[in-house]
Design a protein. Structure first.
Lengths: 207, 207
DNA sequence: GAAAAAAGGTGACATTTGTCATGATCATTA
DNA sequence: TAATGATCATGACAAATGTCACCTTTTTTC
C-alpha cells in the first residue's frame, strides 16, 4: 500500500512515516506540508491513499481533498486531526472521503488505513457519536450574547433576508449611512468581515 | 424498560410485542398504529423509549417524532423500517433520535433497544455506509436544476463559506475577474442580486 | 445629576462587488 | 465540419459596501 502523508508539522509527518513504514505492507511514497503539496504529490505519485491533516496553513486539507477528488473521484483520503473539529467533520463526510480519524490514537492509524484501502469507510467512535448534534440544527446558541442592541439585531435580520442597505434603511426609517454604521459595528462585534459572512453566521445560528 | 410500539401494520406491531416481551427486561406499555397514536400514547404512558415505523399513513414516524421531541427533548426514539429509505435517514439523524434500524434484522432489535436506552446512538451498518453518499446528494440537491456548471457549483460553495472574490480566486487558481464573472453568471441563473443572497439561498437549500 | 449606552445622523474615502464587452482555448456534439 | 458549451481571461465602469471621524438627542443607569 502506497501512502502519501501530508501534515504541516514536519515532526508529525516524519513521525508518521516512521510509524507507518514499520509495517511491511506500507510504503510512504512522499511527504508534503500543505494542501498544495497534496495536490501536486498526488498527481505525481498516484498513491493508493492519502493520510492528511485537516488544519493547515493556506489551504485546509478539506479544500485540497476537494480538488483531488475533482480530478480523481476514486481518490482515497483519510483525514487526521488533533481534535475532532465539528465544522470539518460534515465537510469531510460530504466529500465521501474515506474516514476521519483522530491524531491521538496512533495505534489506530494503521488498521484504519488498511480498512480504508479495502474500500470501507472508517469513522472513529467520536464522529459517530457527534453526528446527530452535527446534523441537528439546534447548535445555535443565539445572537443574544454578543452585546448587540435591539436595532442592531433588527438590522441583522434584514441583512439575513438579503436586503441592501438602501432597502433596510427604508424599512427601518433610517438613513442609508446609519444602516452602514450599524452593520459596521455589528461586524466588529461579531468579528466578521462583510454582510455575506453575517448572513452565513445568522443562518448557522438559526436556520 | 418500558417500550411504546408504533406500526401501522397490526401484524408487525403485535409480533414485535411478542418478541420484545420474551425479554424479561422489556415491557411493551402500549401499541399504536400511526403518528397520532404515537404522540398521544407517549403523553399518557411516558415510555422509556419508542420503537416506531417510519412509513405510516397520515403522519410519518419522522413527523410524529418531531412533535414528540418538541414537547420532550429527551425522548428516545428508535426507528424501524422495511428498507433503508435514504430520504428519511438524514431527517432521522437530524432529529437526534436514537438510531435507525432495519426491520429485517429482528435479532438486532432487542440489543439495539437496550443500547439506545442507555443513551448510546445506534446506527446500522447500512446507515453508516450510506452517510457519505447521502450527505453528498444532500449537498447537490436543490442546486442541480439550475443549469450550473461544475466550476460554478464550486464557486457557490466558496461564497457560502464567506470568502471574498480574491480568496476564491486563489483557492480555485483563477483570476479575480473570472471569479467575478462566474458569480455574475450564477446570480443571473438563480435570479439573485448579490453574493449575500446567494449565500442565503445556499443555506436555505440545506442546513 | 452625571455618565454611559442607545439611537440616529453626515460626509468623505477606499475597496469590493457586479456588469459588460470581448476574446481565447478545448472538448463534445450535431 | 460547424456549432455549442465549459473554461478562463482582460479592462473598464458604476454601484454597493465598509470604515472613519465627528456630530446630536434621548434613555438608562449609577
Amino acid at each position: 500500500m502506497r501512502v502519501l502523508v501530508i501534515d504541516d508539522d514536519a515532526l508529525v509527518s516524519s513521525s508518521l512515516k516512521t510509524i507507518l513504514e514499520a509495517d511491511p505492507d506500507i510504503q510512504v511514497v512522499a511527504i508534503g506540508n500543505n494542501g498544495f503539496d497534496a495536490i501536486e504529490l498526488y498527481k505525481s505519485h498516484r498513491p493508493d491513499i492519502i493520510l492528511m491533516d485537516i488544519r493547515m496553513d493556506g489551504m485546509t486539507g478539506i479544500e485540497a481533498a476537494e480538488k483531488i477528488i475533482a480530478s480523481d473521484p476514486d481518490a482515497k483520503i483519510l483525514f487526521l486531526t488533533t481534535f475532532s473539529d465539528d465544522e470539518y467533520i460534515i465537510k469531510a463526510l460530504r466529500l465521501g472521503s474515506k474516514g476521519y480519524i483522530l491524531k491521538q490514537r496512533f495505534d489506530s492509524i494503521i488498521p484504519s488505513l488498511k480498512t480504508a484501502y479495502l474500500g470501507q469507510n472508517v469513522y472513529g467512535e467520536e464522529i459517530i457519536g457527534k453526528l446527530p448534534s452535527l446534523l441537528k440544527e439546534d447548535d445555535k446558541a443565539g445572537l443574544e450574547n454578543y452585546g448587540l442592541t435591539e436595532r442592531e439585531l433588527e438590522t441583522i435580520s434584514h441583512v439575513a433576508e438579503g436586503l441592501s442597505n438602501k432597502e433596510i434603511s427604508e424599512i427601518m426609517y433610517l438613513s442609508e449611512g446609519t444602516v452602514r454604521n450599524y452593520i459596521s459595528t455589528i461586524l466588529e462585534k461579531l468579528e466578521l468581515r462583510d454582510r455575506t459572512q453575517l448572513a452565513i453566521f445568522y443562518y448557522k445560528k438559526r436556520g
